[in-house]
Design a binder for this molecule. Sequence first.
Ligand code: PRP
Ligand code: URA
Length: 207
Amino acid sequence: MNNLLVIEHPLIKRDITLLRDASTSSEDFRIVLKRIASLMVFEVTKDMRLTSFGVQTPLEKTEGYSTADEVILVPVLRAGLGMLEAYLAFIPNAKVGHIGMYRDEATLKPVDYYAKLPPNLSKSVVIVIDPMLATGGSASAAIGYLKQREAKNIRLNCIVAAPEGVKRVEEEHPEVRIYAAVLDRELNKNGYILPGLGDAGDRIFGT
Ligand code: PRP
Ligand code: URA
């Protein structure tokens, strides 16, 4: 698990508990998911480059900064949408690409149904966002698709990761850093993460 960074924080641990709780409503689930993503943004973007320039305070001139890297956020539909606003709050000028993908319930293989990406993938910091990394099929396919379109600097932000998914993304995309809020135990025979939080898309959207 060399490429995995689990971002540990007491507030994240508390919030993961709320997401796991089957009695949490969709309304609260969305609020808490956004809150966890907000806490993770700092670590995921820690290496972003800055441009410095002079800024005049009411008292004197000092050094100021703006971000130099162009950022492209890629939520994997549907559940990745639950993390998007958190990122846009901090990086309002980020571009957003969407990749639509669902897991076939029988084969557990990802089926892609939509993709719309901004230009300049090769020169941008590309952040794939999806709360669940289970078999890793969806994340790996999304990353593969972005690489085919020349994306070079890709990272993956999930909330709950399973060892199987981490292993798969590491094997297929060894250059991609994975950020998770928690590493869970295993997958069940239906490909659900244990203990997990159930189907993230269904819990966000109440389906
Ligand atoms: C969920 C989740 C990931 C995928 C993870 O999406 O948001 O995209 O499963 O599973 P994997 O690692 O085994 O591929 P889902 O297929 O349920 O689609 P949805 O978000 O539209 O509900
Ligand atoms: N997708 C989910 O939403 N949850 C899981 O546990 C596995 C895949």
